[in-house]
Design a protein around this ligand. Structure first.
Ligand SMILES: C[S@@+](CC[C@H](N)C(=O)[O-])C[C@H]1O[C@@H](n2cnc3c(N)ncnc32)[C@H](O)[C@@H]1O
Length: 243
């Protein structure tokens, strides 16, 4: 698919790997991925459980998930422009496998941005899972000049109340931070887009967006949220022109 043909955004119901394979090489300014973590101990044991009401695809064993990651991270490498970044969300259990899958796919590893959630579920006799991580990978060397100096952490609880439309929804402000170094007019891609938080962040910053998800409900919700974000951006641009 030609990146120039995407005017504002496009979301499709598709498998992440098939979606990525259809994107032309070296056409993308940033990829943000929040895949199913597959770190539930009961699924990791066999990999053959049905998830019920859970997240689609969240039931792979660690090895199967690693092989899957290698395939889609390899596609992310192919579609990114040189000097651009891939961010992959993970938790404290799959962080090392995720880092390996990135560097084995030719990416350079840039460390991680910690998402710290003040409100999180306590765990009995264990430390709580109050943080998640966005691992930063880059292709080649950084080439895009910038005068921004963002911190490598973000403190915000997960969206709640009527803001919460997906079980593992990420805050839009967190994703905006990840997009700090995206080239102007860049195309942002999220192959596991869920409720479309990456798209909302990208469109609010004036980037274009392409996403996919296997769930009908997610495609519907993310399309609605991205339409609203694109409209808001256009309105703001018109107001700025008039002022
Ligand atoms: C962790 S959630 C993403 C949440 C999203 N970041 C948000 O803020 O709403 C992962 C998503 O991946 C989707 N998914 C799982 N396996 C997939 C696959 N093979 N291809 C595309 N989407 C998939 C699930 O339906 C789920 O919505």
């Amino acid at each position: 698919m030609q990146a120039e043909n995407i005017d504002r955004f496009r979301i499709e119901k598709n498998d992440a790997l098939i979606f990525l394979k259809n994107i032309e090489s070296e056409s993308v300014g940033a990829v943000v991925v929040d895949p199913p973590y597959c770190t539930h101990p009961q699924y990791a044991a066999t990999g053959h459980y049905e998830c019920g009401d859970g997240i689609v695809g969240d039931n792979k064993d660690a090895h199967t998930n690693y092989m899957f990651m290698r395939r889609w991270i390899g596609e992310c490498y192919r579609i990114l422009k040189p000097g651009c970044r891939l961010f992959v969300f993970c938790d404290k259990f799959n962080i090392f496998l995720t880092q390996s899958a990135g560097v084995e796919s030719c990416f350079k590893y840039g460390g991680f941005i910690t998402w710290c959630k003040p409100i999180s579920r306590p765990a009995k006799m264990r430390f709580s899972k109050s943080c998640e991580y966005a691992l930063e990978f880059y292709k080649g060397d950084f080439k895009i000049p910038s005068d921004k100096y963002p911190k490598d952490y973000h403190v915000e609880s997960a969206p709640a109340g009527k803001e919460r439309v997906h079980q593992t929804q990420k805050p839009v402000e967190l994703i905006k931070k990840l997009l700090t170094f995206t080239p102007e007019n860049g195309l942002v891609v999220d192959p596991f887009c869920g409720s479309g938080s990456t798209g909302v962040a990208a469109l609010a910053l004036g980037f274009r967006f392409m996403g996919s998800d296997l769930s009908d409900k997610c495609v519907e919700v993310s399309t609605r949220r991205c339409s609203e974000a694109a409209e808001k951006f256009e309105e703001k641009a018109e107001d700025d022109t008039v002022a």
